[in-house]
Design a binder for this molecule. Structure first.
Ligand code: HEC
Ligand code: HEC
Ligand code: HEC
Ligand code: HEC
Ligand code: HEC
Ligand code: HEC
Ligand code: HEC
Ligand code: HEC
Ligand code: HEC
Ligand code: HEC
Ligand code: HEC
Length: 393
């Protein structure tokens, strides 16, 4: 055996001595070939088709990861397995490949239950998922600041492009898809939980976006139950900011904090309110109906006192005086009328909440309009009882 190897080595030596140029060429070709085969095998063993050998199911759930990825918007954007299952940078990629070798050995050596258990855990436990796919990976593509930070700190490539992530440079990349920087820009949809605040408190992408690539949908919807679950658990850390609804004199103050102490998110969201400031358009006519704030603020579950919500609105305490030519002035008392009627019996069906907008004539009153709606001799004294309204003070 040793003799045989020895003679082969001797023959090679002789060949090199006789053909030095040709030998260098052959060695060069061998090295290039080896590098090429290695890179190709790295590429091939990173492709979804390769993963499918062991993750083969054609339905959502454990073993169906390639199938669900194919349904997902990330697949359409050619964001592949190793773009999320490997940290950014060259070493991140190589580590992921070594992790792949561990999967391979476990596949051969351990029972199938082992794999099933791991896959189940990864897809249902946000803690485990966050360890599997840490925030840095997602932030690399979805923000500018992390992208630039990591690009400046890490070796991104060694001349060969192993995956899409290697070439991701923000803001150019995300803008080419119309994606916002989730830490600094407005989101496109109707829900904005404030990504930055959550990340600052060490909340992970997968705490909210679990199943982002493997939920089985094209666009993964965040399950709002997760918001309520965590907010309940970490209530002491969380102080939801107040929301001012509307503007001007009719603006209402809403304390998110006080209400979330009493109610779960889904008692308001999304059936009464969207999760975006300024979406609810509340008119005076909605007051008193089973809508918006008033499905609770109906004097049963909660108060319907104007001044609880509005700083400025309330019936004026001084009577409204109408001067009339040749007659004593008309004096209308809110104090008197609101003791009998709700605001919405007069506002805004008959009058807006502003003095002097409607031009009233006695003929209108006689025909049952304005004051005449009640002052018709049935509900209240008739509009012909001149001096009951036209009073000298
Ligand atoms: C030879 C079979 C095999 C192939 C091929 C394979 N996997 Fe796996 N994979 C496994 C096994 C077995 C596990 C169970 C976890 C363990 O034992 O490490 C697993 C687990 C995983 C996990 C969860 C890892 C964890 O630590 O919880 C991910 C992510 C994963 N594979 C991704 C991939 C990707 C991406 C590819 C293709 C690049 C791939 N797998 C190809 C066998 C395989
Ligand atoms: C956009 C990022 C992203 C891409 C692309 C992606 N994954 Fe995942 N993957 C995740 C996240 C996040 C998890 C953690 C659990 C979850 O959210 O479902 C995960 C979990 C997994 C798991 C653990 C078991 C499970 O079902 O959750 C496997 C296996 C897996 N991915 C394989 C793949 C394979 C194979 C591909 C490519 C065909 C791929 N992933 C592409 C983000 C991604
Ligand atoms: C390699 C870059 C890249 C990585 C890594 C990546 N994404 Fe994406 N993501 C994209 C692109 C590109 C789109 C937009 C595709 C489009 O709009 O056509 C997208 C879209 C999204 C969307 C919006 C679509 C939807 O499902 O509603 C969410 C949410 C999202 N990604 C979350 C994540 C999370 C969470 C991670 C980490 C687990 C992640 N992404 C990792 C590139 C990436
Ligand atoms: C507190 C929960 C929460 C966390 C944590 C979270 N997200 Fe989101 N994210 C959301 C919600 C809610 C939306 C809006 C979804 C919708 O409109 O359906 C969203 C939307 C997005 C979008 C789409 C933006 C758009 O305008 O289309 C991207 C991309 C995204 N998140 C990425 C991430 C990444 C990356 C992380 C981790 C760094 C992360 N998110 C962490 C809740 C969260
Ligand atoms: C894993 C825990 C966790 C989950 C899940 C979570 N949150 Fe939070 N949320 C927090 C913490 C912690 C804070 C406090 C942040 C602070 O005060 O800086 C917070 C604060 C907030 C705030 C106040 C932000 C501000 O401007 O001060 C809003 C709004 C909010 N969350 C909405 C959501 C929504 C919507 C979801 C679901 C899509 C959600 N959260 C899911 C932990 C969570
Ligand atoms: C009593 C009702 C109520 C409850 C309970 C409630 N909200 Fe809200 N929420 C509102 C109202 C009202 C708005 C503002 C809507 C508008 O202006 O159109 C709002 C707005 C939001 C917004 C958008 C904030 C912004 O700055 O754009 C988020 C995010 C939100 N809520 C999350 C939550 C979460 C998470 C919970 C549970 C922890 C919760 N809400 C519980 C009534 C409620
Ligand atoms: C799910 C039921 C519910 C909804 C919806 C609701 N509230 Fe309340 N609200 C309550 C309860 C219960 C109280 C405490 C009892 C009371 O003050 O009558 C309260 C108290 C208040 C208070 C007094 C305490 C404080 O927080 O300052 C104000 C003001 C208020 N709500 C405003 C609003 C506004 C504005 C809206 C709509 C944007 C709204 N609420 C929607 C149930 C609700
Ligand atoms: C539970 C809280 C709440 C109570 C109680 C309440 N309102 Fe409002 N009101 C609101 C909100 C919220 C708006 C919407 C503000 C906006 O978008 O400008 C509003 C709007 C209005 C508007 C403006 C409507 C429009 O079409 O522009 C008037 C006027 C008004 N309220 C009068 C009253 C009067 C009078 C009362 C007492 C009978 C009252 N409100 C009680 C919450 C309340
Ligand atoms: C019986 C009918 C009636 C009832 C009930 C009523 N109002 Fe009025 N309100 C009026 C009339 C009439 C005006 C003046 C309209 C005009 O001059 O065009 C008025 C005007 C107002 C104005 C504008 C004042 C100004 O100087 O511009 C406010 C504010 C107002 N009402 C609030 C309320 C509130 C709050 C309630 C319930 C607590 C209420 N009103 C109940 C009839 C009523
Ligand atoms: C929703 C019905 C209603 C409307 C609208 C209404 N009133 Fe009255 N008013 C009453 C009732 C009921 C009484 C008490 C019964 C009676 O005295 O006949 C009353 C009493 C009065 C009184 C006597 C009590 C006092 O305040 O001195 C005056 C004056 C009066 N109304 C003026 C007006 C004027 C002016 C208008 C229009 C600007 C008006 N009312 C609109 C129902 C109404
Ligand atoms: C229910 C209360 C009420 C009664 C009763 C009433 N008025 Fe008037 N009157 C008004 C109001 C309100 C106006 C409008 C004031 C304004 O807009 O400046 C008005 C306006 C007038 C005007 C000036 C506008 C026009 O229509 O020419 C005259 C004149 C007048 N009244 C005469 C009378 C006479 C005469 C009677 C008895 C037959 C009478 N009013 C009974 C409430 C009343």
């Amino acid at each position: 055996m040793f003799k045989f190897i020895g003679s082969v080595v001797q023959q090679i030596k002789d060949f090199i001595v006789k053909n030095p140029k040709l030998s260098i060429l052959i060695i060069f070709v061998l090295i290039v070939g080896w590098v090429f085969v290695s890179i190709e095998s790295l590429h091939l063993t990173s492709e979804p088709e390769f993963c499918q050998n062991c993750h083969p199911d054609n339905k959502p759930g454990p073993y169906g990861e390639v199938y669900t990825w194919k349904q997902n918007i990330h697949a359409k954007a050619e964001v592949k397995c190793l773009d999320c299952h490997g940290m950014p940078g060259f070493t991140g990629y190589m580590k992921a490949k070594i992790g792949g070798l561990r999967d391979l050995t476990n596949f051969v050596l351990k029972p199938r239950e082992h794999m099933t258990r791991i896959l189940n855990m990864a897809s249902t436990d946000p803690h485990y998922a966050a360890h599997l796919v840490p925030n840095d990976i997602c932030l690399f593509c979805h923000t500018d600041s992390y992208n630039q930070k990591i690009r400046s700190e890490k070796l991104m490539s060694v001349g060969v492009k192993f995956r899409k992530m290697d070439g991701v440079k923000n803001p150019e990349f995300r803008r080419s898809y119309g994606l916002p920087d989730i830490l600094t820009e407005k989101l496109r949809g109707d829900i904005d939980p404030n990504h930055k605040k959550h990340l600052d408190k060490d909340v992970n992408c997968v705490d909210c976006h679990l199943g982002v690539a493997h939920g089985g949908e094209f666009r993964n919807k965040v399950d709002l139950k997760r918001c309520a679950e965590c907010h309940e658990k970490r209530a002491s850390e969380i102080s939801m900011p107040d929301i001012k609804i509307g503007s001007g004199d009719t603006a209402a103050n809403f304390s998110h904090k006080n209400h979330t102490a009493m109610f779960k998110c889904d008692e308001c969201h999304m059936k009464l309110f969207q999760m975006k400031k300024g979406t609810a358009k509340i008119a005076f006519d909605d007051h008193g109906k089973d809508k918006f704030c008033y499905s609770c603020h109906n004097n049963k579950i909660a108060t319907f006192e104007c001044n609880k919500c509005h700083a400025k609105i309330g019936a004026p305490s001084t009577p409204i005086t109408y001067k009339t030519v040749g007659m004593a002035p008309v004096i209308f008392s809110h104090e008197f009328h609101t003791a009998i009627f709700n605001c919405n019996q007069c506002h805004t069906k008959i009058w807006p909440m502003k003095h002097g907008v409607k031009k009233m004539k006695m003929d209108d009153l006689y025909q049952g309009k304005y004051c005449g709606l009640c002052h018709n001799g049935k509900i209240a004294f008739a509009s012909t009882a001149c001096d009951k309204c036209h009073k000298q003070k």
